[in-house]
Design a protein around this ligand. Structure first.
Ligand code: UDP
Length: 249
């Protein structure tokens, strides 16, 4: 038996996936102080509710493997560059979170022992049990993957009750709502629907992994104030992706 469910929340342990873009704010590159400040406030608020929190962070604000290949860098090397960039974001989040009086650990899938801890599954779980926020860096540690897949993998390994995917919009749409006015928003979807309709939420390997391990994915906008807390308490606006109730999902 794990610890008791914190009273106000629906989840005991969550994994929050933050894209690099979320940390970039209105800028075009790197980290935006105000965006990082707002996001870390939300993480601290949820942690104060008694939820165990771990994070997977992307690197789209610094470097993406595919853009590297466009400049002639070999794909695997470009992907390693992307993974290293996630560690930069992880260290930034760690510092800002710790300035807000929470204890954190960065665990990297690529060992960098002078910078942070290597990823060890049981150690990561132990950190969360001790009330530390765990930040997973370097994705899965393998090229040809994304941090979305890393998020589904770590959520599975950590036995998380939910994977929260922070995006720029308030859920999953049938098309990009920023460019297509006819885009329809979904409150609820099954994993099967996401895959068969090729909805652009997370890549297919991430969806398949979450489905196999029965971890619901909640897609929401991190830009709305208090959004994370609302999602964790079962309120607010989000799209939930889970197994279909009739067994068809
Ligand atoms: N990456 C990788 N393996 C992983 C995770 C990430 O090779 O397991 C690389 C890949 O090149 C990717 C980059 O790291 O483009 C940054 O991650 P991602 O694009 O997922 O970041 P996000 O879009 O979430 O900001």
């Amino acid at each position: 038996m794990g610890p008791l469910m914190p009273s106000k929340t629906k989840y005991r342990r969550i994994l929050l996936k933050l894209s690099g873009e979320a940390l970039m704010g209105p800028g075009e590159y790197g980290l935006d102080d105000a965006a990082v400040d707002r996001i870390t406030d939300q993480i601290v608020a949820v942690h104060r509710l008694g939820v165990e929190v771990c994070l997977v962070v992307g690197a789209g604000n610094i470097f993406r493997g595919l853009s590297g290949t466009a400049s002639g860098i070999e794909r695997a090397s470009a992907d390693y560059m992307g993974m290293l960039a996630t560690v930069i974001n992880a260290l930034a989040l760690q510092s800002v979170l710790e300035s807000k009086d929470v204890v954190t650990r960065v665990l990297s899938a690529i060992p960098m022992e002078t910078v942070c801890e290597p990823y060890i599954r049981r150690r990561a779980i132990r950190h969360m049990e001790k009330d530390r926020i765990v930040i997973f860096g370097a994705g899965t540690g393998n090229p040809f993957f994304t941090t979305d897949t890393a998020a589904a993998l770590r959520a599975s390994e950590m036995g998380c009750d939910a994977l929260l995917k922070a995006t720029q919009v308030d859920g999953v749409y049938s098309a990009d709502p920023k460019s297509d006015k006819a885009a329809v928003r979904f409150d609820e979807l099954t994993f099967h629907e996401v895959l068969s309709r090729d909805l652009k939420v997370m890549d297919a390997s991430a969806i398949a992994l979450a489905r196999e391990n029965n971890i619901p994915i909640l897609v929401f906008s991190i830009h709305n104030e208090g959004a994370l807390e609302e999602v964790v308490t079962g309120n607010g606006r989000f799209t939930i992706i889970r197994e279909g109730s009739k067994g068809g999902g």
